[in-house]
Design a protein. Structure first.
Length: 507
């Protein structure tokens, strides 16, 4: 039995903590804010799994591979799709009340799925239902829970991770020793001016792992959700709304996506997001409209109660009028490289959930696979704790000292990333972004805000470098000066100044 430090309180971290405690390990869970805060809570669309008689893991596998644009790891995808149904049944045992109809579990269709296989809870509150059930479950276990405690850096001794430095609620920087550290800190949406992610999504685990010398990959692949409400906080308008029949129209009322892809609103997210982006550019930046009026106000209120409340709060009656939407950074396909059991390239370190790069998503995540990935691979990681197993590779040299001269400004960084490392990119913009990022330096870490700003600067540099090195358009990475990918080859991607280069897949 080992002492496990889990960093993060979303589905991946909670699942790992529960299963590790059940296996007899000593478990400590730290989370940056309250246990209920994080990306999981805001997941609306649901969780995908082949649970129904007219579906199969093989069909789910094929849909996921296609969405990944040639870069999804088929072995990892096979694990996801084969083990996914059992993990959904685990959620039911944990107390998640998925929506039901006269045939049993109700299900919905989302973009790029060949079958209706998305199960929801509370209509559009799936993530919140899962988070609530797992929080209740973990509190019934012998797990030490430290809220308002943020990861600062990993402790590495003799090439092995032996714990972490964390910032306590009082602002003190302390060490927490552990036999195994599991990073489950979520994504990187706060790199961008518009994001559907909560303010905690500053990529803390990915940045800390990279500084410690762990391998990271695929950071150029950021998924932008096509439909966030163009209102303060950019709340997500679930893809399930389009799955029910809502359409997108420009300011003249024209349903423009039919000219972009024959699947229109149900095309893959990257296709829809770029179509929206370009139409907004043609309209001088004015948002396009999500038209759900054909569904009726009563249906919308019943099927999407949280979204109905969000629209009303912003002043829109979406049952009677179109609502303005914009793309927004939503999900990071890349992260800390892991094997099928969550092990990273550094002994003693695991990564799960959006922090990890399992290879499941490739260049573009299939809708509603994120919660499933977190559950499947967190379960595998928990089972591998304390067990001997192959490492995914050698650790790399830790990051060198920052050479920038001006302390980074978060708002300026987010605007720079949105403009030059967003939905559409080119070499000139990426080079300009890289130069500007190199001119900044991270603040001295004194508290949560300064620690987050350091992480965002590290990740912005890595993301811009990866996007500049991938001289093709593939999945969520779209270069206006490069062709659509036709094949995959090996290239070396330079990391920012002071970091080692890394090998990765690119055309």
């Amino acid at each position: 039995m080992v002492h496990v430090l889990v960093v993060g309180g979303g589905i991946a971290g909670l699942w790992t903590a529960v299963k590790a405690a059940d296996a007899g390990h000593t478990v400590e869970l730290v989370t940056k804010t309250e246990l209920v805060e994080g990306n999981t809570r805001y997941a609306q669309g649901g969780i995908a799994a082949a649970l129904f008689p007219d579906d199969s893991a093989e069909r789910h596998f094929a849909d996921t591979i296609e969405a990944g644009a040639g870069l999804a790891d088929p072995v990892a995808v096979r694990v996801l799709c084969d083990e996914g149904p059992a993990r959904v049944r685990d959620l039911i045992r944990f107390g998640v009340a998925f929506d039901r109809d006269e045939s049993g579990l109700s299900r919905g269709l989302e973009a790029a799925h060949s079958r209706a296989r998305i199960v929801h809870a509370g209509g559009d509150s799936t993530g919140a239902a899962i988070e609530s059930a797992l929080v209740s479950t973990v509190r019934r276990r012998a797990v030490r829970i430290d809220e308002h405690t943020m990861l600062a850096d990993l402790l590495v001794e003799g090439g092995r991770v032996v714990g972490a430095r964390v910032i306590t609620p009082s602002g003190e920087l302390v060490e927490r020793r552990a036999d195994a550290v599991v990073l489950a800190t979520g994504g990187t949406g706060c790199l961008y001016r518009h994001t559907t992610n909560p303010s905690v999504a500053t990529g803390d685990g990915v940045a800390a792992a990279w500084r410690a010398g762990a391998a990271v990959a695929d950071l150029e692949f950021t998924q932008f959700h096509p439909t966030a409400l163009a209102a303060p906080g950019t709340p997500l308008i679930s893809e399930a709304v389009r799955g029910e029949g809502a359409v997108l129209r420009d300011r003249d009322g024209h349903r423009f996506l039919l000219e972009v892809d024959p699947r229109a609103e149900l095309a893959p997210r990257d296709v829809v997001a770029r179509g929206v982006w370009r139409r907004m550019e043609a309209q001088g930046g004015e948002p396009v409209l999500l038209d759900a009026t054909a569904l009726g106000a009563a249906f919308l209120a019943r099927r999407f109660p949280s979204l109905d409340a969000a629209c009303r709060s912003a002043g829109y009656e979406w049952g009677r009028e179109g609502v303005p939407i914009t793309p927004a950074a939503h999900y990071a396909m890349g992260g800390v490289v892991t094997d099928l059991d969550g092990r990273t390239s550094l002994p003693g370190l695991w990564a799960v959930g959006e922090t990890a790069r399992t290879g499941v998503h490739g260049a573009n995540r299939l809708a509603s696979n994120s919660l499933l990935e977190a559950a499947v691979f967190a379960d595998r990681a928990a089972r591998s704790l304390g067990q001997p197993g192959p490492e995914t590779g050698a650790g790399r040299a830790p990051r060198a000292a920052d050479a920038g001269h001006e302390v980074v400004d978060r708002a300026a960084l987010q605007e720079l990333m949105w403009t030059h490392v967003g939905l559409e990119r080119d070499a000139a913009g990426l080079a300009a972004a890289s130069d500007r990022l190199a001119s900044w330096r991270a603040p001295e870490v004194r508290d949560r805000r300064t620690a987050e700003d350091r992480n965002l600067l590290d990740l912005a540099r890595l993301t811009a470098a990866a996007a500049l090195a991938r001289r093709e358009s593939r999945g969520a990475h779209f270069r206006t000066d490069a062709p659509l990918a036709a094949s995959v080859a090996r290239v070396t991607v330079p990391a920012p100044a002071g970091a080692a280069s890394r090998e990765r897949e690119a055309a």
